[in-house]
Every structure is written in structure tokens, then in C-alpha cells.
Ligand binder design. Structure first.
Ligand code: DGI
Ligand code: FE
Ligand code: FE
Length: 200
């Protein structure tokens, strides 16, 4: 049994037990368990790639905090709190990261910009992702319960090459969206382009 505690500077003194309470209040058991696995995976990737293990763990833990917030609440939040109104044309798949950090700040009180940025970017990525952002993006895709062949391929790549693991995940996202005939959020495509060319 590993006991993790986060530095008070990142949590404003909140214990991990209190963080877990907040998270479980917002998520069903299955999604909560996914968050715990992403936390663990993100900490491992941070050790491997020389990023801040505590920020990675905290961002991994909270990345899907807002996953089960109702659509009406999202719409209201986007309208009232200065978000780009173009977001209203998308769906909760896009909102739970980009808008989700608003709820994390309000309800959990996390303010660390690097942690919040990694959570914001965890679904779409960003052409200028930091190593921490990439770690959360990839950890979400390769956590131990992900068992598709493409997820195993990304997990293998992530043993040595974080950019390649990121690229594989982006390729999968685009193929998935196109097969489903879902609209592609422009930043998802811009991120794919960034990782296929300049970072290849
Ligand atoms: O929250 P998770 O399920 O752990 O994983 P995630 O944050 O990567 O979210 C995946 C969902 O987001 C999935 O339903 C597809 C959706 N998504 C990702 N990129 C886009 C997108 N949906 C749209 N419409 N457009 C995108 O570019
Ligand atoms: Fe997510
Ligand atoms: Fe997730």
C-alpha cells in the first residue's frame, strides 16, 4: 500500500484524503478508479521523463474531475464565466478538460497553473504541450485498464519516446472521430499536425 501525499504548496494544505473525497463526490466508482490509475501512471511517466512527479500525480488524479457534470451546467458556465462562446458548438468530450478546470478551481481550490494547464489540455492536447501536459495526455490513454492494441502500442512507445506515444494517441483520436462522423475540435487537429511534422 503506497501512501501518497502532495506538497501543501500545490494543494493549499489539503490532504490527499480530502482530494479523494472531492473527486469521489463528483464521479461514479468506475471513473474514480480510472483517475487513480491515471495518477499512478502519470507519476511513473514523470519519473521516467524527468517531470515534476507531484504535479503529474495531482493533475492525473484530477484530470476527469468534471467528466460527469451535466451539459446544462457546462453551458451555463461557458456563458457566464468568460469562456470562448465557440465552445458551445462542441460537447462534453471537449468541455470536461477545457472547462473542467473552472470547477476544480471553484470546488477543490487548486490554483497551480501548470497542473490546471495539463488538465485543460488532456483531451485535445495542444501544439505547444509541455512534457507535463504530454504526460497527462498519454497517461490517460495507457493506464493499466486500457487494453486495446493501439493503447498497448502507445504504452510500448511511452517506455522510451513520449512524443511518439503522443502522436499515436492523436492519430487514434482523429481516426475515431472521423469514423464516428463527429466534429473535430480545431486544436485536436493542430496538435496532430504539430506532432506529425515538427516533432516527428
Ligand atoms: O475522459 P476520458 O474518456 O478518459 O478520455 P478523453 O479525455 O481523451 O476524452 C475522450 C472523449 O473526448 C471521446 O468521447 C472523444 C472526445 N473527443 C476528443 N477529441 C475530440 C473529441 N470530441 C470531439 N467532438 N472533437 C474532438 O476533437
Ligand atoms: Fe478526460
Ligand atoms: Fe481520463
Amino acid at each position: 500500500m503506497i501512501t501518497i501525499e502532495y506538497p501543501a504548496a500545490l494543494t493549499h494544505g489539503m490532504s490527499r484524503a480530502e482530494l479523494l473525497n472531492h473527486l469521489h463526490n463528483r464521479l461514479d466508482d468506475a471513473r474514480y478508479a480510472h483517475c487513480l490509475r491515471v495518477e499512478e501512471t502519470a507519476r511513473q511517466l514523470a519519473t521516467r521523463f524527468g517531470a515534476d512527479v507531484d504535479r503529474a500525480g495531482l493533475a492525473g488524479l484530477l484530470h476527469d474531475y468534471a467528466k460527469q457534470i451535466p451539459n446544462a451546467t457546462y453551458r451555463e458556465t461557458i456563458v457566464r464565466n468568460g469562456f470562448d462562446q465557440d465552445l458551445l458548438a462542441y460537447n462534453r468530450g471537449i468541455w470536461h478538460g477545457l472547462v473542467g478546470t473552472w470547477f476544480i478551481q471553484q470546488e477543490v481550490g487548486i490554483t497551480d497553473k501548470l497542473v490546471l494547464q495539463a488538465i485543460e489540455r488532456h483531451t485535445t492536447g495542444d501544439p505547444d504541450m509541455s512534457v507535463l501536459d504530454q504526460i497527462i495526455f498519454v497517461a490517460d490513454f495507457i493506464e493499466p485498464a486500457r487494453d486495446l492494441p493501439i493503447e498497448a502500442k502507445a504504452r510500448d512507445a511511452a517506455a522510451t519516446d513520449l512524443d511518439e506515444a503522443t502522436r499515436i494517441e492523436l492519430e487514434n483520436t482523429l481516426v475515431y472521430l472521423i469514423e464516428k462522423r463527429w466534429v473535430v475540435y480545431p486544436k485536436t487537429l493542430l496538435t496532430y499536425n504539430a506532432f506529425v511534422t515538427t516533432r516527428a
